[in-house]
Design a protein around this ligand. Structure first.
Ligand SMILES: O=C(O)CCC(=O)C(=O)O
Ligand SMILES: [Fe+2]
Length: 380
């Protein structure tokens, strides 16, 4: 597989702080509230971990107003993929293709059930993620994400100086780095970390290409154009951990962004937090047990000449329950320019984007987390 390690997300490297470290920060900057620290201050009154450091406080106009469980009747489509595989039942397949087409046109996001990634592997990965994020901060820092590398422990920020998200992340680019990290974190051994990572990646990769075929089948465009980007490619994984937060309406778990890749497959867990933008409003996505969410990334938006949009989304936090999400970014082949399918370009829909490559896209994403593709628009 080609190198697909973009430095997509910038990570504060000198001293990456976790939200948990900051909860008890006093007037002095960032003091860990770990046990050794408490011992050092044995005579000082114990403060409750209720304050949130300024590093995490959003300016008022950027604060979320929709809470993690503010679900309404406006829900992203839930699509059952089982019908797509019914041998010989063309109309069932066409129904799925049409449902996916509508979801892509109207939402850019949908949830899928009967997707083939078994509950068992999802919960194994989830428990490895729990195990990792529960490690002491100093252990996690042993595998801190390094500048220019995709894998390791870090947090997402769009660029230096941005307000810190109320989350921690763990990034995987390939099996080798996963194995190296496991070795550093658990010298006594933890094979299931790498095994479950590997198995999960294989399954979601397979699922991603299946969903892509369904998407392309609904596009009235030659599949060969899309196959150029999807043959022989792979994905990047990120686990997000959002600790419970005393001030969920003043902070953000993951700031509003679009994904850079082709397609994202997201396991939200059972606790709400994911929100997407629909007609300029934020909507809380209700987690469905066993479902996976899929969304269109910037790359697919370009390949479809913006017929399908890469929709802004974010994650909010809550006061009582921490949350973990598992995110698989299926990325395009990196060596060719990203250009729209010629079948989706005509006099009424002129080509919207200048050619650019994946590396330029990921660099631009670091500067511009949200409106990344505006940088590549052709002049009217
Ligand atoms: O945690 C979530 O629900 C959203 C995660 C996400 O959008 C991302 O990691 O790109
Ligand atoms: Fe995302």
């Amino acid at each position: 597989m080609p190198d697909i390690s973009p430095s997509h997300f910038n990570v504060g490297c000198e001293s990456f702080p976790s939200p948990l470290q900051y909860q008890d920060a006093g007037p002095e900057p960032a003091t860990p509230w770990s046990v050794p620290m408490m011992k050092m201050h044995a005579n000082a009154p114990l403060r409750r971990p209720s304050a949130v450091s300024e590093k995490f406080l959003l300016p008022e106009h950027q604060r979320p107003t929709v809470q993690h469980d503010d679900f309404t009747n406006l829900e992203i489509p839930i699509i059952d993929l089982a019908a797509y595989d019914l041998e010989g039942d063309e109309s069932a397949m066409e129904t799925v293709v049409a449902q996916v087409r509508d979801a892509c046109l109207n939402w850019g996001f949908f949830q899928i059930i009967n997707h083939g990634v078994e509950e068992e592997i999802l919960s194994r990965v989830q428990s490895q993620a729990n195990r990792l994020f529960s490690l002491p901060y100093s252990d996690k820092m042993k595998v801190q994400k390094q500048p220019g590398k995709y894998s390791g422990y870090g947090h997402v920020t769009a660029k230096e100086g941005d307000i810190r998200p109320w989350s921690e992340g763990f990034y995987f680019s390939d099996e080798k780095s996963a194995a190296d990290h496991a070795q550093q974190l658990w010298p006594e051994g933890n094979n299931d970390f790498v095994d479950s990572y590997k198995e999960y990646c294989e399954k979601v990769k397979h699922l991603s290409s299946r969903v892509m075929r369904i998407i392309v089948a609904g596009l009235e465009a030659d599949p060969a154009h899309f196959e150029k980007y999807t043959t022989d490619t792979g994905g990047l994984l990120r686990w997000n951990f959002y600790p419970a937060c005393p001030e969920p309406l003043k902070t953000i778990g993951l700031t509003a962004h679009t994904d850079f890749n082709l397609l994202t497959v997201l396991h939200q867990g059972e606790i709400g937090g994911l929100q997407i933008q629909k007609d300029g409003k934020w909507i809380a996505v209700r987690p469905r047990p066993g479902a996976l969410a899929v969304n269109i990334g910037d790359t697919l938006q370009v390949l479809t000449n913006a017929k399908y949009k890469s929709v802004p989304h974010r994650a909010v936090v809550n006061t009582t329950r921490s949350r973990i999400s598992l995110v698989y970014f299926w990325v395009p082949l990196t060596t060719i320019d990203i250009v729209p399918s010629p079948d989706l370009v005509d006099a009424n829909n002129p080509c919207k984007y200048k050619p650019f490559n994946f590396e330029t896209l990921t660099k631009t994403k670091q500067m511009s987390f949200l409106n990344t593709l505006d940088h590549f628009l052709r002049e009217e």
